[in-house]
Design a protein around this ligand. Structure first.
Ligand code: GLC
Length: 532
């Protein structure tokens, strides 16, 4: 064991806030959110009780995939600010006891990164082998059947040099070749560059993807019923998920632990089950945290969600910390996907999220119940899935500007500026109104963060599922019990005696006399204090 026990690292039981910088706050009136805009709003996150902020990509990029196509790993995108702005953000966040995590994209670069520009200049180029090149098949077709994220061939022919290069995402995002040692050296330097600047860690993009099968074997069809880990009906068995990737993370973990406090490696581990997720934690010597995609894509039922939690906690190595999130910049927001845009159901979901053991990641706007926005084709900015390309809806729906106030600009940008994506319904859901209303989703969320601090943090991640009727999920977490009713009708929960510390409903049903079963309204979740 090289690491830290569950419960002793700053991220155990922490609340991390995923902030999509371009949509957060526009400080200079160009229609895009930026780093000074993040500084402007730090007090809000501090008031909410956030421990760390994960910033969506901040590095220079031609923005074919909004920063996930990096052209320089050791700088800041000029539209978002400068390195000095980043330093100021780290310092200002630190003054408020919050840490900054950056998004690192090691699976691929932009085709405009100088490495790739040089690599494609000739077959003998210095960086040629930094990318995955292959000869055309005898009939000039791509080297194998691999598909990219939009369901097209993952290979593009480079006419000048007569070879195909691999891209698991857009053709302008060539995959790096992790079989080549200099790629490892380059990323170690990048890690150190940011760690030295006080960055608390990285969310690692496509963490499961780095190595590809050396023999470039064809991918098999996606197993029936599997929702994660494939594209275009194909399982990414050989184009991702290769065992060699683990050695990269063991090495990065050693680097992360040379710092005080140790830097955090939080992987985008897009794998279909807890057993595969557990592998990325290694023997407490790889990633300290890995996102749990089965939880996010689960059906919104007590049975399915509780099964994912039980299975995850059962499979993760002893002491490993689970990570729970309900939305991100790639998926439909949970409010729409799970809750049909209904605030009562959203309050139930937030209560569950904020009372689970481990690290919680809140996607910006989830705390005020922002919903998916129907972005018309002419305003869409997501090239990868423009107009539903490849059968995937545009991800713009969940990337619209933060709704700060009920005004024309939503408080996101200056008057007269058109935001880069259209605003959602700022009058029904916005920070300003909800801060004033003690019964709003935002106020509930803030109360839950404080319940978490008082009753769950520092309890070593303890969780126990308790017996419950159909459509109910009852569990002990830390020193409280959470009882959630996923049905629309009232329900009784026998055997719970302690006082109710928190309810997801704006108005509770009248309490029954002591000793009688707790009564829950439809879609209500409560947090009950355990008697000592
Ligand atoms: C990850 C990101 C997604 C991006 C892709 C390619 O899945 O979350 O937004 O398009 O990687 O970098």
């Amino acid at each position: 064991m090289t690491g830290h026990d569950r419960g002793t690292s700053w991220w155990s039981d922490a609340v991390v806030y995923q902030l999509y910088v371009r949509s957060w706050h526009d400080s200079d009136g160009d229609g895009y959110g930026d780093l000074p805009g993040v500084v402007d709003k730090l007090d809000y996150l501090s008031w909410l009780g956030v421990d760390a902020i994960w910033l969506s990509p901040t590095m220079p990029s031609p923005d074919h995939d909004w920063g996930y196509d990096v052209s320089d790993y050791v700088s800041v995108h000029p539209e978002l600010g400068s390195l000095e702005d980043m330093d100021r953000l780290v310092a200002e966040a630190g003054r408020r006891q919050m840490r900054i995590l950056l998004d690192l994209v090691p699976n691929h670069t932009s085709d405009q990164h100088p490495w790739f520009v040089e690599a494609r200049s000739s077959r003998g180029a210095t960086h040629r082998n930094w990318y995955v090149w292959a000869e055309p098949s005898p009939d000039k077709a791509p080297p194998n059947n691999w598909l990219d994220a939009s369901g097209e061939s993952a290979w593009t022919l480079d006419a000048e040099t007569g070879q195909y290069y691999l891209h698991n995402f857009l053709p302008s995002q060539p995959d790096l070749n992790w079989w080549d040692p200099p790629v490892h050296d380059a990323f170690e330097e990048i890690l150190r560059f940011w760690f030295d600047r006080g960055i608390a860690g990285f969310r690692i993009d496509v963490a499961h993807g780095l190595y590809k099968d050396a023999a470039l074997r064809d991918n098999p069809p996606m197993p029936e019923g599997q929702l994660i880990g494939g594209t275009g009906g194909q399982e990414q068995r050989f184009s991702a998920n290769r065992p060699e990737t683990h050695a990269v993370f063991r090495n990065w973990r050693r680097i992360a632990e040379q710092y005080e406090p140790p830097r955090l490696l939080l992987g985008e581990t897009c794998v279909p089950d807890a057993e595969k997720l557990a592998r990325y934690y290694g023997q407490d010597d790889e990633l300290q945290l890995g996102f749990n995609f089965p939880f996010m894509v689960s059906a919104y039922t007590a049975l399915e969600l509780s099964n994912v939690v039980r299975e995850t906690l059962g499979r993760l190595p002893v002491g490993a910390i689970p990570v729970w999130t309900m939305s991100n910049h790639d998926k439909s927001r949970f409010t729409t996907r799970w809750c049909s845009n209904d605030d009562v159901r959203a309050a139930l979901a937030l209560t569950i999220l904020l009372t689970l053991p481990g690290t919680i990641v809140i996607y910006y706007g989830d705390e005020i119940g922002m919903t998916d926005v129907d972005v018309p084709l002419e305003l869409q900015r997501d090239n990868m899935f423009l107009g539903g390309r490849g059968g995937h809806p545009s991800r713009d729906r969940a990337r619209t500007p933060m709704q700060w106030e009920p005004s024309v600009t939503g408080g996101f940008t200056t008057a007269g500026t058109t935001p880069w994506l259209p605003l959602g319904d700022v009058s029904s859901h916005n920070v300003a109104d909800q801060r004033e209303d003690p019964r709003s989703l935002l106020s509930l969320c803030r109360q839950l963060v404080s319940v978490r601090r008082r009753h769950i943090k520092g309890c070593g991640g303890s969780y126990e599922q308790l017996a419950a009727a159909e459509h109910q999920w009852v569990y002990r977490s830390g020193d409280v019990v959470v009882a959630a009713n996923f049905a629309g009708e009232p329900a009784e929960v026998p055997g719970l005696a302690g006082p109710v510390l928190f309810s997801s409903l704006k108005a509770r049903l009248p309490e029954k006399p002591f000793g009688e079963p707790l009564r829950l309204a439809g879609f209500e979740a409560v947090v009950v204090q355990l008697w000592p």
